[in-house]
Ligand binder design. Structure first.
Ligand code: DGL
Length: 268
């Protein structure tokens, strides 16, 4: 089985690490590090990037796509039901994982501004407070997961939630689970939700095929990416290749292989 995944950088590895254990398969992962971060860019820009990457994955004949980036996924909402192959939304998984009434959500600027988590959770009768925590992305990309500086940044972003008294906190960006230990300490007695756990649970009935293998396509520096792979202890066989952004830009034509555009336009 060939499975496609994508993120702006190493965030999606927090998803891949869990997924590959449950579902052994040939994974094709695009890390768009040249154009990262995604969370500070406009919705339209990220929609275009996402269409290009999904087009690239379709050209490589993936049979299933896991959105391992909340920011990209937040721009794919109108396409979600028109995908011709299974498309697993990390945001939907995060919403499905929520069990309690008072939910705090953190994500990138673009995800939080989209209001997509807030709306979906409020439709389920929940009380929601959300905040962007963009600096977490930079810390994680720098490989800084622990220490006083992380603690100070986490407190800066999360202490304003105190007055809201959340029961749960959704990590609405796939970079954030790398900071989970400190986040959990700062948000004592709050249930921390990593949407990847629910995503993996929802596909636990699927049977993988072949040995687990990951093929990484990196638009920025592949050596830098490989260093980070080692740092997080990725222990499955893999290959890292460079992908030119100009090549990726041409792949948007294959997006229609993934998605019935007429259905999207018709529903709009
Ligand atoms: N990891 C991504 C997400 O889940 C994007 C982070 C970024 O590039 O800003 O939203």
């Amino acid at each position: 089985m060939r499975i496609g995944l994508f993120d702006s950088g190493i965030g999606g590895l927090s998803v891949l690490k869990k997924l590959i254990e449950t579902l052994p398969a040939h994974y094709i992962y695009v890390a768009d590090t040249m154009r990262a971060p995604y969370g500070t860019k406009s919705r339209d820009t990220i929609e275009t990037f996402s269409r290009e990457i999904i087009g690239f994955l379709m050209e490589r004949k993936v049979e299933r796509i896991f959105a391992a980036c909340n920011t990209s996924d937040s721009t794919m909402e109108k396409y979600r039901h028109a995908f011709k192959i299974p498309y697993h939304s990390i945001i939907q998984a995060g919403v499905n994982a929520s069990k309690y009434e008072r939910v705090a959500v953190i994500g990138t600027h673009t995800t939080v501004q989209s209001g997509i988590y807030k709306q979906a959770l409020e439709e389920r009768g929940k009380k929601v407070a959300q905040r962007p925590a963009q600096l977490f992305v930079s810390l994680v990309e720098e490989g800084i997961f622990y220490g006083n500086m992380v603690e100070a940044v986490v407190k800066f972003y999360l202490e304003p939630f105190r007055r809201f008294k959340p029961d749960e906190l959704i990590l609405g960006c796939t970079h954030f689970p790398f900071l989970k230990d400190i986040i959990a300490r700062v948000m004592e007695n709050v249930r921390i939700i990593d949407p990847a756990d629910e995503m993996v649970r929802e596909v636990s009935h699927l049977v993988g095929s072949g040995k687990p293998f990951a093929e990484f396509y990196v638009t920025g520096n592949p050596e830098e990416f490989e260093k980070k792979l080692k740092k997080i202890g990725f222990r499955h066989p893999y290959q890292v290749k460079h992908l030119e952004v100009t090549e990726l830009e041409q792949k948007v034509v294959y997006f229609e292989r993934a998605c019935d555009i007429d259905r999207v336009l018709g529903s709009g």
